[in-house]
Ligand binder design. Structure first.
Ligand code: PSU
Ligand code: MN
Length: 302
């Protein structure tokens, strides 16, 4: 039984040469950012990874195949496509079986990266426990995936639209190592400090890679969450965002937004409410994570 994987020419060459690879997700392109910034960012993030000495592998589902690495044309088509499914663990296989087009979330990207033998994945922010989860039960499948699938995910923290203390609690329950990079505080996506302490701290890419490989040696399933604080110049203070997040969440509740639509709705509303400031920050933090991802991927190979 062969896996339905299609490697881009760049990734094929990287695999042949044994070069370090960094996986990238596609939901951030189709559901996380508006066009054309989504396309520009996707290209820029790939360039950042190359510049840092690794090879990017953007992952998406097309024509019933998992594409590991997208060509320039494929990236452009995806960035402009409408009605792309947002895929997680639950619906990945069905989309592949039906030959549909799908964007991979953190959870689905981890699954596909692991199938392709890629150990490092850089993104913006992971999903987590939503505010009001005690009523809605809305907890992202990203958390369970981190407990399951052996990929180190470099993110700027869970998106600040989430309930961060509950997100940390669930990650602890699931046995997921959560590192803050270069600081003690747990970062909160658009801001460097959530006011919570991170369970673990890493000060170098080598430390992150070694911890990942040690889990592998111990036979512990699952990956690691590495939270990399947004660069200072690009940060939006949590206090500035808090009332706007509250407003966006109230609108989502009033409009009955639920399930997969919640995260894209909140991100889009914050983009509008901040006159685009959240998008500028989002782009900066993804690029920052891509650079760290490349460094970790290089260390994994030492
Ligand atoms: N990071 C971003 N923007 C995004 C996402 C991550 O900067 O849009 C996406 C990821 O694909 C993540 C998803 O897996 O949001 C979480 O969705 P949900 O809360 O429905 O699980
Ligand atoms: Mn959800």
């Amino acid at each position: 039984m062969t896996l339905p994987l299609t490697f881009s020419p760049e990734v094929t060459e990287a695999r042949a040469k044994g070069l370090p690879l960094v996986a990238l997700e596609s939901t951030i392109i189709t559901h996380g950012m508006p066009y054309p910034q989504n396309l520009e960012t996707a290209r820029q993030v790939e360039a950042d990874i190359r510049e840092a000495g690794a090879v990017p592998a953007t992952i998406a589902i097309m024509e019933g195949r998992v594409h590991i690495g997208l060509t320039e044309d494929e990236l452009e088509a995806l960035a402009q496509a409408k009605d792309v499914s947002k895929l997680s663990r639950a619906d990945l296989a069905a989309c592949l079986a039906n030959g549909g087009v799908g964007a991979t979330t953190v959870a689905a990207t981890m699954i596909c990266a692991a199938l392709a033998g890629i150990k490092v994945f850089a993104t913006g922010g992971i999903g987590g426990v939503h505010k009001g989860a005690e009523e809605s039960f809305d907890i992202s499948a990203d958390l369970r995936e981190l407990a399951h699938t052996p990929v180190s995910v470099i993110a700027a923290g869970p998106k600040a639209i989430l309930d961060l203390p509950k997100t940390l609690e669930v990650l602890e329950t699931l046995g997921v190592p959560v590192f803050a990079y270069g600081q003690d505080a747990f970062p909160a996506f658009w801001s460097r400090d959530s006011g919570l302490a991170a369970p673990l701290r890493a000060d170098s890419a080598a430390q992150i890679a070694k911890a990942h490989l040690m889990r592998e040696r111990l036979g512990l399933p699952g990956g690691q969450l590495v939270t990399n604080p947004i660069p200072e110049d690009d940060e939006i203070p949590a206090a500035t965002l808090a009332p706007l997040i509250k407003q966006a969440q109230a609108e989502a509740d009033a409009q009955g937004i639920s399930g997969k639509q919640v995260t894209p709705f909140l991100l889009q509303r914050l983009f509008e409410l901040t006159d685009g400031a959240t998008l500028t920050s989002n782009i900066a933090l993804v690029r920052n994570n891509a650079r760290l991802g490349a460094a970790v991927a290089r260390e994994m190979q030492r």
